[in-house]
Write a protein that binds this ligand. Structure first.
Ligand SMILES: Nc1nc2c(ncn2[C@@H]2O[C@H](COP(=O)(O)OP(=O)(O)OP(=O)(O)O)[C@@H](O)[C@H]2O)c(=O)[nH]1
Ligand SMILES: [Mg+2]
Length: 323
């Protein structure tokens, strides 16, 4: 059996902050190493932060909440050490079996990490959901930072009262305001993380950016576009299955992919396909662009839509979705 190809660090420049176009440095002697889990409410910006930290898009981002459904490892290798960042699903009340699995995965990822980053969206008011997330983080007994994200969206004078509130309610080792989108203060966050981690050897070679197979990330990139192009419950009720991943022409710079977008109702299928197929065409065009950047070659992408009623409560179906 051929092992699935893993996503590698993108070495070609991407024309943005991500992808520096250089070989990552090998960690120096006595460099730091550890697992840092990023957790928090849905939509707090966890995946945006992970991508920014590793300098490459590996975790999907969407303006709709509850986007991430798996544990997404992002590896940062530099002279100061190798950090393994774990992006997790947003902490929310789980109704479906799928969401219960997600909640268990968050608990487990929190327990196994060396350091926790509890990320909050500072532009929204503190509420019961955030309190639950705090409780979940503090139950682990692990060292945790409170990372106040989206500072680009608020007046700076609102920051101190928020920090005070969290200082009174929780026990965090550090309070760090950042913007994962603009990158403001992310370097400072990284410096603080390194200060808290022990010296250790790298666990992955310097060109690894994640442990996820390309196929999985491709399915995620398609799901990201479903999430961005549809509304209300459709993003939550959609999954993507890769039917074909044909790499036989990869040396000629082409990969052929066929994938099925699974939804729960006929009405969702109609929304995804859109008027005269315009919806699925937009999803396909945008997803293809992202996949081409990921794989570094041209991609022929075929998309299908299928209804599987109540798939979110079917264990056997859920088993087919992981990386
Ligand atoms: N203005 C602003 N928007 C941000 C920032 N960080 C993330 N966002 C936006 O917030 C939305 C959610 O970001 P994600 O990274 O998908 O959030 P998440 O915490 O991973 O969400 P789930 O996977 O659903 O738990 C997206 O529209 C991001 O572009 C930030 O620092 N500033
Ligand atoms: Mg996410």
């Amino acid at each position: 059996m051929r092992l699935p190809r893993l996503c590698r660090r993108e070495l070609a420049p991407r024309g943005s902050a991500a992808g520096e176009g250089q070989q990552p440095a090998t960690p120096a002697l006595a460099a730091r190493s550890g697992v840092v889990c990023i957790a928090g409410r849905p939509n707090a910006g966890k995946s945006t932060l992970l991508n920014h930290l590793v300098g490459q898009k590996i975790s999907i981002v969407s303006s709709r909440p509850q986007t991430t459904r798996n544990r997404i490892l992002g590896i940062l290798t530099e002279e100061r050490g190798q950090l393994l960042f774990i992006d997790t699903p947003g902490i929310h009340r789980p109704y479906h079996q799928m969401n219960q699995r997600m909640a268990r995965l968050v608990e487990e990822s929190l327990r196994r990490a060396d350091l926790l980053l509890h990320l909050i969206d500072v532009s929204i008011a503190f509420g019961a959901g955030e309190r639950k997330a705090m409780e979940m983080v503090s139950r682990t007994g692990q060292t945790a930072f409170l990372v106040l994200n989206k500072i680009d969206r608020i007046e700076k004078n609102l920051l101190l009262p928020r920090i005070d509130l969290y200082r009174r309610l929780g026990s965090y080792a550090e309070f760090l305001p950042i913007s994962a989108r603009t990158g403001e203060n992310v370097d400072m966050l990284l410096r603080e993380i390194l200060r808290y981690l022990p010296p250790g050897d790298p666990m992955f070679s310097a060109d690894h950016v994640t442990d996820l197979p390309e196929r999985f990330v491709v399915a995620e990139f398609i799901r990201e576009q479903v999430s961005e192009q549809t509304r209300q419950e459709v993003p939550h009720c959609s999954a993507v299955l890769i039917d074909r991943f044909d790499e036989s022409d990869r040396d000629r710079n082409q990969v052929r992919i066929a994938a099925t977008i699974v939804v729960e109702k006929e009405s969702h299928k109609k929304i995804i396909i859109g008027k005269g197929g315009a919806g699925i065409k937009a999803i396909g065009t945008r997803a293809r662009r992202e996949i081409e950047l990921l794989l570094g070659c041209s991609v022929y992408l075929e998309l299908f839509v299928k209804v599987v009623e109540k798939w979110r409560d079917q264990d056997r179906f859920l088993d087919t979705l992981g990386p």
